[in-house]
Structures are given as C-alpha cells and as structure tokens.
Design a protein around this ligand. Sequence first.
Ligand SMILES: Nc1ncnc2c1ncn2[C@@H]1O[C@H](COP(=O)(O)OP(=O)(O)OP(=O)(O)O)[C@@H](O)[C@H]1O
Ligand SMILES: O=C(O)c1ccc[n+]([C@@H]2O[C@H](COP(=O)([O-])O)[C@@H](O)[C@H]2O)c1
Length: 203
Amino acid sequence: MGEPSAAAGRRRIGVMGGTFDPIHHGHLVAASEVGSRFGLDEVVFVPTGEPWQKVDDRRVSPAEHRYLMTVIATASNPGFTVSRVDIDRGGPTYTTDTLRDLAVEHPDADLYFITGADALTAILGWKNPDELFRLAYFIGVTRPGHRLDSSGLPADRISLLEVPALAISSTDCRDRVADGEPVWYLVPDGVVQYINKHRLYRA
Ligand SMILES: Nc1ncnc2c1ncn2[C@@H]1O[C@H](COP(=O)(O)OP(=O)(O)OP(=O)(O)O)[C@@H](O)[C@H]1O
Ligand SMILES: O=C(O)c1ccc[n+]([C@@H]2O[C@H](COP(=O)([O-])O)[C@@H](O)[C@H]2O)c1
C-alpha cells in the first residue's frame, strides 16, 4: 500500500462520507484514528443527499435529520466539520461530485477519503472510479466482521488502517430503537436525545 507523501504547504483534509442514519461512535472513532495517523488538519463529515445504493433497500431518513445529528455528534471536536455539499447539490450522491466540490472549496488541500474497508472493496462499482483516485487518496478502515481486500485497487492511492474494533452499525442502532432497546453509548448523547425528540426509527 502506498503512503501519501506530504506536499509542502498543503493542508490535509479528511473526507468522511456517509448516510449517517444515525451517525455513531464507529464513524467518530474511524475519523479520529485516521486524523491522528495521517496528520490531518481537519476531517469533514459529508452526509449523503440520496445514497443511491441504499434507497432501494429501505427508507432513508430525511437529509436534514441526518445532517443535524452529524452536526451534534461532531460539534465538540475542533478538528471535525460538517459539509452540506451532497445535500445541497440534490439528486443521487456520487463521491466524484463530493470530491470535486470540496477541491474547489479547498484549493490549498490534499483530500483523504475515509471509508470502511467494506465500502472500499465496493468502490469499483461507484461512479467514475478512475477519477475518484485522481481526486483523493483513499483510506479504508477495518470494521469488525469485514475482511480487508484491496485487490483491483491502485496500491499507490490507498491505505488500509486497523482501528479499534467497534461493532456498531447504523442498521443496528435503528433496529434497537425500533425494538425499544437503548442506544446510549453507541451514539453520542445528543444524538440519542435528537432521535427521541423527533421519534426517529420507531417501528
Ligand atoms: N463501526 C464502524 N467502524 C468503522 N467504519 C464504519 C463503521 N460503521 C460504518 N463505517 C463506515 O462509515 C462510512 C459511512 O457509513 P454509513 O453511514 O453507511 O454507516 P453504516 O453503519 O455502515 O450504516 P448502515 O448500517 O445503515 O449500512 C462507510 O464507509 C462505512 O463503511
Ligand atoms: O460515488 C458513488 O457511486 C458511491 C456509491 C456508494 C457510496 N458512495 C459514498 O460512500 C460513502 C458511504 O456510503 P454509504 O452508502 O455506505 O453510507 C458516502 O460518502 C457515499 O456517497 C459513493
């Protein structure tokens, strides 16, 4: 796997895209670990507008709820920010568009796209995979139960990183809420309260 070389004078910005329905501590730990390991100046969380590979399977919560939960979850960390680019663009979310928009907003930065290793193996099925690897360096973080497999991917544009194993998924959080089980400590406290206030994920 290639390690990215530091370009003098350029900022390093991590990009953590996700549906975040809801955001949970697995996302936050992954962003924090990558930020520390790769010396990132900032990690931008980018909630999807329409996650086109998920909408057929289930009803995704409205983007504004997912955006606000992401803001609540990241608010206390000065190194974390949230971008609305994918929500405000409208239509299906493609990461090529995300990275192009962020490159325009941050012309002085190199972009590092952070993704679960499971998603990384599926990237060849995303829109314009060749362009993706020109626009950003990709970091795949391990998730419990998912094997690391980077075959077919450009070795000089990706790294794989083991992060502390957190067996949390948004699916599990939604199922727990629907079953009346607690999600305290799986998601940040403010997100628990937001879910309750807006009665999200009730059966
Ligand atoms: N526990 C975790 N540890 C590390 N990465 C994670 C974890 N959960 C999700 N990710 C990664 O975070 C990104 C955004 O994930 P997403 O918002 O789809 O959450 P999810 O938990 O995978 O959701 P769902 O269960 O609804 O599919 C993806 O790249 C995903 O692989
Ligand atoms: O660009 C694509 O075609 C594409 C297809 C599937 C997922 N993605 C991106 O991958 C990130 C994680 O997506 P998801 O669906 O696992 O929440 C998020 O930023 C998505 O926009 C991107």
